[in-house]
Design a binder for this molecule. Sequence first.
Ligand code: SF4
Ligand code: SF4
Length: 351
Amino acid sequence: MPSSVERARRYLALARAVLRARRRAFDPFKLTWILTEQCSLRCRTCHLWVGEPHAGPSADVVERVLVANPQLTWLNLSGGDLVERPDAPALLESVARHGRDLALVDFPTAGQDTRATLAALQPLLGSDVPRVYVTVSLDGPDAVHDRLRGVPGAAERARATLAALARIRRPGFRAVAGMTLSKHNVPDARPDDLRALLPDAVPAGELHVNLAHHSSHYYRNTDDVAPPSETALALLDEVLAARPRGISPLTLVERRYAHLARRFLLEGRVPGRCGALRASVYLASDLTVYPCTIFDRPIGNLADVGYALRRIPELLPARAALAEVEARACPGCWSPCEAFPTLLAGLGRTL
Ligand code: SF4
Ligand code: SF4
């Protein structure tokens, strides 16, 4: 656990990195990194499990990336389900050891293995990283979740993992349930009781809601997964109304995200500048660099520039990809992976 001095130093590093991202591209303060494509579920909204999911970078390569990017302040480690990697505790130990400026590390899990989740988390809990967040996916009542995620008993296991995480007492640690709204868990017709659509045993005000997206390079989903907008809007409003008021920066950014998710549902696009390739960047499990989770514009392999994110401009397609992002010549999305850093950097301040 960090001392108050170390905590303050890392928050300051994050604030400086956010300011740098506002001034120039290719110096992101947030990295979304897929550490494996493997996972034990069979979701309808994501087809990573179809075919041969990539195992992810070796522990040695993970260390090289971390060592080459000591400036990183926010690491979102994703999958697949990274806790299902047998070496997940060692990977997160490496993150804790080498990420000297990390102020926030977060990862999602399907929550299918409580013991593995707790073991993976341990190095971060004992580290100097001030903020550690875990999101356990729960896409509705148990029967809906199991149908959508393709494996019986998935919801019950996820709720058991969430309950185990909720018992952890560590300043700066937070475990939340995350619900992805898609056409598979949001009906066309708005039901009288909207809360009947929400996960069992999770208070509405504690639920974190995001929108399902199409991504050919990441989720590899081919059909449109977007939720019917009218019911999704009502559901968002229901969750927002139940959420306790707060003035912490995180609460404010979360409210802003939800507010703009409404706009995305209504208009199909959020106006303003996107922070992809400025505030954030996406790294696939084979180290291919993309602007974000959604835009299928491969830029090159990070290994070809010594694993250093700041050297991405040396990859030939980098500047053209940035120009496309800035010209909004991308599919457009309101994916939380990029929306949160965009909001934090104030790049969407024209909204
Ligand atoms: S959404 Fe998550 S849990 Fe579902 S198949 Fe994709 S990686 Fe696995
Ligand atoms: S708006 Fe979405 S799809 Fe477009 S660059 Fe930003 S994150 Fe990617």
